[in-house]
Design a protein around this ligand. Structure first.
Ligand SMILES: Cc1ncc(COP(=O)(O)O)c(C=O)c1O
Length: 340
């Protein structure tokens, strides 16, 4: 039995999801004639209380489009040093939009309104113009941490006072909402644009959506086209998204519970130095200095358990839809044996 905990992106569609995909009504989305894509976009826009939503093939493209919508070349985006847009989007912010990132030294991928204030460049011609603040919730490199919504509200105020756009990378926003009992409408009110992924915790094979009001989203279609993101009968994929929104959100609690149970046993392992607080489905832990992380990962792989290194002695595991109860029981038994 293979236990793949490298990411929540390794999931395969469930039978119910495949059925929904097989029965989807489709059309040419480049002509905006795919009824299922249109349904997903309307549903998402309504969920967030926004005027517009656009379906994307990836979270990266949705984020990159948002950066392009909010900025002009030469300008600057404020984000955390752990941000996905800075670390894991292949330098896309500079390549696609010609912007630089001002990195905040936050905690677990999160920062404060005060730190944002300090990061805004003065309004002198020799500075890069600050134009966007980007937040990630939950934070990926930060170990699935959830933002304090009050801090987000304070950052919104700073954005308003300084005429800055406010974008949320909500690849795992669903995990945060389930955990904090907040709503999509609350988030829609605060952010100018939000990207959400269907292909992470929600278990779709492909798909992300960018939401925002009509004014900011005006050029989103054109930018998606420039990035090569136009799709034709994409309704088959959108159907998976609609199915996931209706069936896979509540169950994220199970992933969070499993992650916490893994974390508790990990912290008892003699080879483990520390386990970061576990709030959602991501477990990041650090091995003792004298433990070879490569060997640790290989040892687990030998037992058909796959996890990924995060640099240094840090390792990451992510629970998900396809990590079932049997796998969990087996993995907990291995962890209890402390044979590493
Ligand atoms: C926080 C975050 N944002 C964006 C993305 C990008 O999503 P995609 O892999 O669909 O491009 C990821 C992917 O893991 C992510 O974790």
């Amino acid at each position: 039995m293979i236990i793949d905990l490298r990411s929540d992106t390794v999931t395969k569609p469930t039978k119910g999801m495949l059925d929904a995909m097989m029965h989807a009504q489709v059309g040419d989305d480049v002509f905006r004639e795919d009824p299922t894509v249109n349904e997903l976009e309307s549903k998402m826009a309504a969920m967030f209380g926004k005027e517009s939503a656009l379906f994307f093939p990836s979270g990266t493209m949705a984020n990159q489009t948002a950066i392009k919508l909010h900025t002009n070349p030469g300008e600057q985006v404020i984000c955390d040093k752990y941000a996905h847009i800075y670390n894991y989007e292949s330098g896309g912010a500079s390549f696609n939009s010609g912007v630089s990132c001002k990195l905040i030294d936050g905690k677990r991928g999160m920062f404060t309104a005060e730190q944002v204030k300090e990061a805004i460049n003065p309004d002198d011609y020799y500075y890069s113009k600050t134009s966007l603040v980007e937040v990630e919730n939950t934070t990926n490199k930060g170990g699935g941490a959830c933002w304090d919504f009050n801090e987000i509200l304070k950052i919104r105020k700073v954005c308003d006072e300084n005429n800055l756009g406010f974008h949320l990378d909500g690849a795992r926003l669903w995990n945060a909402l389930i955990e904090t009992k907040q709503t999509t409408l609350q988030y829609g009110k605060v952010f100018d644009t939000i990207s959400v992924c269907l292909s992470k915790g929600l278990g779709c094979p492909v798909g992300s959506v960018l939401v925002g009001d009509a004014k900011i989203m005006k050029d989103a279609l054109r930018i998606r086209k420039i990035f090569g993101g136009n799709m034709r009968q994409a309704g088959y994929l959108a159907a998976a998204g609609i199915y996931a929104l209706d069936n896979h959100v509540e169950r994220l609690k199970e992933d969070h519970k499993k992650a916490k149970e893994i974390g508790e046993l990990l912290s008892d392992l003699s080879v483990v130095k520390s386990v970061e607080p576990i709030e959602t489905n991501i477990v990041i832990f650090e091995l003792n200095d004298d433990v070879d992380d490569k060997k640790f990962v290989e040892n687990l792989a030998g037992k058909e358990i796959f996890i990924i290194p995060m640099g240094g002695k840090k390792l990451r595991m992510v629970t998900h839809l396809n990590y079932n109860a049997t796998m969990h029981e087996k993995f907990l038994t291995i962890l209890k044996s402390n044979s590493f």
